[in-house]
Design a protein around this ligand. Structure first.
Ligand code: ATP
Ligand code: MG
Length: 562
């Protein structure tokens, strides 16, 4: 779809309306504001695609702002990971900024509010403050410290900053309205005492500003025009605007907070706090475990940046929260990899196939197309011989008419090679098939143009030549959770729904070129799925992650809905 034809999402509509009523396009500015307390996940990717997508569409700068106001939970490791992930997605930020760079300015504004009688120091503990707020339908109780003199407030606030009090002993609160129907307006906390060192400001600060006090002011300092956040911040908007009223100077851009629906994805959890638990409690091997919905996990799994951006487009920008089926994400990566991933042959569950009438000791190097979707991808040579491996599931001794794979007395084609016919099987003492014996038609070679090669047979199988096959460690992933919404089951912890079979490691056999691969390369293993080379690979010991199978469950889901 061309850009013109796509209908505007509601955020774009808001921007168009602002431009139509005179807001200059040159003043549009956006930001992506992660807290560096974990790795980014696919939900953040949604927000990144939205903000940076608007930047691209309107040729406007987009800041990367680290919202670093909780020193205990934040770490420079996360800052690096966040930057790497955004770059990998293919976006470029204008400025790299830190809310902590605004601490002095925020402090000055807070003193100004104290002087204007709009903020006060409260000596009560957090629980009492929360209790006094009551509920939206009843009036709140005013703090006994609410009407302290300006001088006393200034003195206490300065001593809070100097570190004279312990954590929890005092807070600074905005003096707004203890009867507001909006609980966020009932004298919200602006500062709390924290003695933890900060990864950027060290031990300079003993007090830290809250999210509400920091976020809008940071937007204002940066002159962000549209501050987009997720729906749970809708009730905060009134406070966002109230705080801006305290510092706004005419002539400046006044940032607008607007809210869109969070991305929720089935069969996973999507909050840094919960993802951190999966890592810390050892359910996965790290933030970049290919089962994680983190951007680094998806990258390692074999997802392409384009597939994630395409997914984000397909999800769209919604006004109501909903649950997106993970099959849509899988659809997006399958769709992209189909176009770009070179084809290779590998056998995951091998059984030996011997072609009785093929000369012993002979090897033929056959032409195999690298990607039928991309003629420029060319051809490669693959070896063929008397002894091969095929998938155990591709053979049945007795089969009904619907079984189009190999059986005794019937013909199938070996991909890029010959037509063969099943002749007999060799079994071990327990009755397991250890070898399938077949014959081939020497005139039926693929692409040879002979009448025999054009003969129609029902099935085509992938295979590898036994003498040339390279062993591959293959990690087969399944959904990390057994239920659609693991964190929405009453009274149960989401870790109770971990899928015990989310990872299965096998040794497969691959065609020779799969022995010489580089981390992050992606392939289609024909008839099986898409596989990406894991960084754990060593020379001669390749490790592959299954990104996704070839089966499109999303098409089925859609068909059911229509
Ligand atoms: P989490 O609960 O996972 O830690 P967060 O909202 O606290 O998420 P931040 O680092 O504060 O994480 O978020 C940075 C930006 O990403 C915010 O603008 C936030 O609204 C957005 N964001 C976070 N999660 C999602 C999601 N699931 N869908 C869309 N946007 C999201
Ligand atoms: Mg957060």
């Amino acid at each position: 779809m061309s850009d013109e034809k796509k209908s505007l999402n509601f955020i774009e509509q808001i921007i168009e309306d602002d431009l139509a009523s005179g807001f200059p396009q040159s003043k549009l500015r956006f930001r992506f504001p992660p807290e560096p307390n974990g790795y980014l996940h696919i939900g953040h990717a949604k927000s990144i695609c939205l903000n940076f997508g608007l930047g691209e569409k309107y040729n406007a700068p987009v800041n990367l702002r680290f919202d670093d106001t909780n020193p205990e939970k934040e770490d420079p490791e996360y800052i690096d990971a966040i930057k790497r992930d955004i770059q990998w997605l293919g976006f470029t930020w204008d400025k790299e900024l830190y809310a902590s760079d605004y601490f002095e300015q925020l402090y000055d504004w807070a003193e100004q509010m104290i002087r204007q009688g709009k903020a006060y120091v409260d000596d009560q503990p957090q629980e009492v403050i929360v209790e006094q707020r009551k509920s939206p339908t009843e009036p709140g109780i005013e703090s006994p410290y609410r009407n302290r003199s300006v001088d006393e407030n200034l003195d206490l606030f300065r001593r809070m900053r100097a570190g004279e009090f312990d954590e929890g002993e005092r807070v600074l609160r905005a003096k707004i309205d203890m009867n507001s129907p909006n609980m966020h307006m009932r004298d919200p906390i602006m500062y709390r005492i924290k003695k933890a060192p900060h990864h950027r400001t060290g031990t300079a600060w003993k007090i830290y500003p809250t999210y509400d006090w920091t976020h809008g002011q940071s937007d204002y300092i940066e002159q962000v025009s549209h501050s987009l956040c997720t729906l749970e911040f809708l009730p905060h908007r009134e406070l966002y605007d109230w705080f801006l009223d305290q510092v706004y100077e005419p002539g400046k851009v006044r940032p607008k907070q607007r809210e869109f629906a969070r991305l929720n994805l089935s069969y996973t959890v999507m909050s840094k706090r919960k993802l951190a638990r999966l890592v810390e409690e050892g359910y996965v091997k790290g933030w970049d475990d290919p089962r994680m919905p983190t951007i680094s996990g998806l990258r390692r799994r074999g997802y392409t940046p384009q597939s994630i951006r395409d997914f984000s487009d397909r999800v769209g920008v919604a006004k109501r929260d909903n649950l997106i089926d993970i099959a849509l994400l899988e659809f997006a990566v399958r769709d992209h990899l189909n176009k770009v991933a070179p084809r290779r042959m590998a056998v995951l569950n091998p059984v030996k196939l011997v072609i009785e009438n093929y000369p012993e000791g002979q090897t033929e190097w056959l032409d195999a197309e690298n990607n039928p979707e991309d003629p420029e991808a060319g051809f490669r040579k693959i070896p063929f011989g008397r002894e091969l491996y095929i998938e155990r599931e591709d053979f049945r001794e007795q089969a009904n008419r619907k079984f189009f794979r190999l059986t005794l007395g019937k013909e199938v084609r070996l991909k890029n090679a010959y037509i063969i016919k099943g002749e007999s099987v060799v079994k071990d003492d327990e009755g397991n098939i250890v070898e399938i014996r077949a014959t081939y038609d020497p005139l039926s070679k693929s692409g040879s143009g002979t009448p025999e090669s054009k003969r129609k047979v029902k099935g085509t199988l992938h295979w590898v030549a036994a003498g040339h096959a390279v062993p591959l460690e293959v990690r087969l992933y399944d959904r990390l959770f057994t239920v659609e919404q693991p964190d929405a089951v009453e009274g149960r912890d989401f870790t109770e729904f971990i899928n015990p079979e989310s990872l299965r490691v096998i040794t497969a056999y691959g065609e020779p070129s799969l022995g010489e691969v580089k981390p992050c390369e992606r392939f289609q293993f024909q008839r099986l799925g898409y596989f990406a080379v894991d960084p754990d690979s060593r020379a001669g010991k390749p490790v592959f992650n299954r990104t996704v199978t070839l089966k499109d469950t999303w098409a089925k889901i859609k068909a059911r809905q229509n």
